[in-house]
Write a protein that binds this ligand. Structure first.
Ligand SMILES: Nc1ncnc2c1ncn2[C@@H]1O[C@H](COP(=O)(O)OP(=O)(O)O)[C@@H](O)[C@H]1O
Ligand code: SF4
Ligand SMILES: [Mg+2]
Length: 346
């Protein structure tokens, strides 16, 4: 009975959870110089998804498919070419004023891939943690900032915090630096954390520790996470919802257990057939599907996956597939998908 109640609560929580972040038809085209000419590189085309309050959404896909560009657009490190981004009900797709940008940055924090490049070697850990508190007007005095920095270092497992706060980044290991980067993101109490492959540059032996830490913090604090990875094993481990990205667009999405247990898109199936088990195997690099992804300046017509797809049909070479519902909150963009009880274009 208790299990049924817990399951019901879980289902209701999913159904009722409001969307914190809504991304609609997001696009980013880069102008790239090739000799004397410039060509257009379509890094992100028509990407739409939502991230709900308190849930961890993961975008998975091969290197170069546009994952980092999506998070950089949301963090407004890049300006979108098209589409809308709404956060907490406010739209911020166009040009932002300084005040709007400050508000956004205090609520949306980013954890970068490289723990070495994201900390300045000439500043102490205490400085790195107190600076955002002053920048975003989250505290007034140096002693208050130090106290919050100590508490946050403890919460990311750098204990006793007094041993770390006056150190410099070069005195810490890669894993410890990434914990500091996580602490810096947490200290301003954001609503959403964007984590761009936060474990991929770490030693294999400590990746699991950092993943565990992020999962624990996300669950305990009820934070919304958008986690980017090329590795389905970590996606499966940390995510509530999974989005699969291929060549600048999303091809499948849904609750992580549903997508992993019943992948509908041939690309997701190929990714899954090469995935190691994160709990048994520690973290191995996820292998990629056979074949090459397309050139983003010369995208193939129809379904972008058709040159690599074992199920490709004539229609796939001509028409881009639309999203089809294949389960509750689970969709795939593929002409071959058979929905149950019947495909419904969404
Ligand atoms: N600032 C940029 N200028 C030109 N091309 C870029 C820029 N940033 C990314 N790209 C290109 O956009 C595509 C997607 O890149 P990225 O979002 O970094 O992919 P991922 O994170 O999935 O590996 C790649 O072809 C990359 O070379
Ligand atoms: S639309 Fe066609 S080519 Fe694309 S994934 Fe589905 S079956 Fe394969
Ligand atoms: Mg990237």
């Amino acid at each position: 009975m208790r299990r049924i109640v817990i399951c019901l609560r879980k289902v209701l929580r999913v159904a009722e959870t409001p969307a914190l972040l809504e991304v609609e038809h997001l696009q980013k085209t880069f102008e790239v110089r090739a000799g004397l000419r410039t060509r257009k590189l379509h890094a992100v085309t028509d990407v739409s998804f939502t991230v709900s309050d308190g849930r961890a959404t993961v975008i998975v896909g091969e290197s170069g498919c546009g994952k980092s560009t999506v998070v950089r657009l949301i963090a407004r490190l890049l300006t979108p070419t098209g589409g809308t981004i709404r956060f907490g009900g406010s739209s911020y797709g166009g040009r932002l004023r300084r005040r709007e940008l400050l508000r956004l940055r205090s609520e949306v924090q980013m954890i970068f891939q490289d723990p070495f490049g994201s900390l300045n070697s000439s500043h102490s850990i205490g400085y790195h943690l107190s600076r955002p508190l002053f920048n975003y007007r989250k505290c007034r005095t140096a002693s208050e900032a130090r106290e919050r920095a100590l508490q946050t270092l403890e919460s990311v497992g750098l204990t006793p915090a007094g041993d770390y706060i006056d150190k410099y980044p070069h005195e810490l290991s890669g894993g410890q630096r990434q914990r500091v980067v996580i602490a810096r993101a947490l200290i301003v109490e954001p609503k959403l954390i964007l984590a761009d492959e936060p474990t991929s540059m770490l030693d294999v032996s400590i990746r699991m520790d950092i993943l565990n830490l992020m999962r624990k913090l996300q669950r305990e604090r009820g934070l919304a996470f958008l986690f980017i990875t090329h590795d389905l094993a970590s996606a499966r481990y940390i995510g509530d919802d999974l989005l699969v990205m291929y060549a600048g667009e999303l091809v499948e999405g849904g609750p992580v257990d549903d997508v992993v247990s019943a992948p509908a898109h041939p690309y997701t199936q190929l990714l899954l057939s090469a995935v190691p088990d994160v709990e048994r195997n520690t973290m191995l690099e996820g292998e990629t599907a056979p074949g090459e992804p397309p050139n983003l300046s010369q995208l193939p017509p129809g379904c972008r996956f058709h040159p690599r797809c074992p199920l490709a049909m004539d229609v796939c070479r001509k028409e881009a597939p639309k999203r089809v519902q294949v389960g509750e909150n689970h969709w795939a963009a593929c002409h071959a998908v058979q929905g149950n009880p019947g495909p419904k274009v969404i």
